[in-house]
Ligand binder design. Structure first.
Ligand SMILES: NC(=O)C1=CN([C@@H]2O[C@H](COP(=O)(O)OP(=O)(O)OC[C@H]3O[C@@H](n4cnc5c(N)ncnc54)[C@H](O)[C@@H]3O)[C@@H](O)[C@H]2O)C=CC1
Ligand SMILES: N[C@@H](CC=O)C(=O)O
Ligand code: NA
Length: 433
């Protein structure tokens, strides 16, 4: 008879539902691969009636509204956390590890906040803590960074790390879709976080960027160390200008190490249409890794949605279950070394600046002088519209972010500049460090 390993799920929303579906649909294959039958025996949810009404292939008495009961249940061998948020998820995971139960999570917010403490708790308990689903959904990227590339020196990681925003930007630029309507679609399709401001504000991508930077550079980078801008301010004009100049607008996360300092940033960029990341559309994600010996690698796939995310979660469940059967642990995170965070002001890249201006003689000269006064050189400039809707579009040469920020401050204070409507970084084919 097959050995049975019993799974306790914390949360059964988009991802949890996918996990239950996957585990119950491929029983024979999963049993063969694991060496044990995996059975979901307890599931914590907020609303019992809502959970039962979903028609998932589990009996009603599996559900509870008490997540602690799942963790504490002696019948639960492996805990899968797919409820999200810092609390109570963090405390529940700590307790599960303390009880010697391996944990699988999809919670990037928590891993970016408390990852090192949780890895340490898992190490002390001699069990696994796995989080492949937390970054870029279905795409295997945690395991490649932690294991496959352990012999190499990663220098840079660039990723489209949020499906919701990539979906929104794709629909806005290709179909002229309305921002609010596409965001509602992304929510309906199960891509968005419970609070979608985490997606559009760049917080979700910043958490993922922090996790990738920590793994790539053997250090601890928290989400708060990641410079962050979201996509809420992107306009149809920005998308049109980008297109005209041969770019697409993408929200990217970029982590790099230069001279023992780690830079980590998430913001929208103008990306050349021929860059491999430019063709990553809809809710797809991609992570582009540069390593000294391996050269360039690109990982591509679905970064959000029930089944793609469940694929990564169940892969981890099988991994930790195999280890549990052998009373072994999988690869641990490397020992962290303290590294300074590189301030965004030190970044050097090109910029696109859109200004609403008074349509009068001399304004262009005044604007150009302001750029020049701060050491920022202009590569291209033209006027769009006239009268009350006059706008100046400027593309700079490579400049220091600190100088650009000062330029923007000075522009905003000019009497003939009505507003600084947009400022976006322009990345050439080789990303700036
Ligand atoms: N939706 C997606 O495409 C992806 C989501 N994730 C992550 O997976 C996790 C879950 O996301 P979703 O399934 O989309 O969220 P969701 O909001 O659809 O589901 C959350 C579930 O947890 C339950 N829950 C939350 N707090 C609870 C509490 N205190 N007590 C009992 N039950 C509680 C809810 O009732 C619900 O069943 C999050 O950490 C998210 O960031 C990761 C990758 C992709
Ligand atoms: N809300 C996230 C889900 C996966 O992490 C996204 O849109 O990418
Ligand atoms: Na992943």
């Amino acid at each position: 008879m097959d050995r049975v390993l019993r799974i306790g799920l914390l949360g059964c929303g988009t991802v949890g539902g996918g996990v239950v579906t996957l585990l119950s649909g491929e029983v024979d294959d999963i049993t063969a691969r694991t060496g044990a039958r995996l059975e979901v025996v307890r599931i914590a949810v907020r609303d019992l009636d809502k959970a039962s009404a979903r028609g998932l292939p589990v009996s009603r008495d599996v559900f509870t509204t008490d997540p602690s009961a799942v963790v504490e249940d002696p019948d639960v061998d492996v805990v899968v956390e797919v409820m999200g948020g810092l609390d109570p998820a963090g405390g529940l995971i700590r307790r599960a590890l303390e009880l010697g139960k391996p944990v699988v999570t999809a919670n990037k917010e928590l891993v970016a906040d408390a990852g090192p403490e949780l890895y340490e708790a898992a190490r002390a308990a001699g069990v696994d803590f796995a989080y492949e689903a937390a970054v870029a959904g279905a795409i295997p990227i945690i395991r490649p960074l932690k294991e496959s590339l352990a012999g190499d020196r990663v220098t840079r990681v660039v990723g489209i790390l949020n499906g919701t925003t990539n979906y929104i930007l794709t629909k806005m630029s290709e179909e002229g879709a309305d921002y609010a309507e596409v965001l509602a679609d992304a929510q309906r399709l199960g891509y968005a976080e419970a609070d979608p401001t985490a997606d559009v504000g760049g917080h979700d991508a910043a958490a993922k960027c922090a996790i990738l930077a920590s793994l790539a550079f053997d250090t601890v980078v928290h989400a708060s160390d990641v410079f962050r801008e979201g996509i809420a301010a992107i306009t149809a004009t920005d998308l049109r200008v980008a297109d005209r100049l041969g770019y697409v607008v993408k929200l990217v996360g970029i982590a790099s190490e230069v001279d023992d300092r780690v830079g980590a940033r998430v913001h929208p960029v103008f990306l050349p249409k021929e860059h491999p990341l430019a063709s990553v559309r809809d809710a797809f994600n991609a992570v582009y890794v540069e390593a000294e010996a391996a050269g360039q690698l690109m990982f591509y796939g679905r970064g959000a949605g029930a089944m793609p995310t469940a694929s990564a979660v169940v892969g981890d469940v099988i991994d930790v279950a195999r280890n549990l059967l052998q009373t072994a642990r999988g690869a641990a995170e490397s020992v962290h070394r303290a590294k300074a965070i590189r301030p965004i002001e030190d970044l050097q890249t090109q910029y696109y600046v859109l200004l609403a201006v008074d349509d009068q003689a001399g304004v262009l000269a005044d604007v150009a002088r302001t750029f020049g006064d701060h050491g920022v050189s202009i590569a291209q400039v033209w006027q769009e519209g006239a009268g009350d809707s006059a706008q100046l579009v400027l593309i700079t040469h490579r400049a220091r972010e600190g100088d650009l920020q000062q330029t923007v401050g000075a522009l905003a204070a000019m009497t003939n500049v009505r507003s600084v409507a947009s400022v976006l970084r322009v990345e050439s084919e080789v990303f700036a460090s």
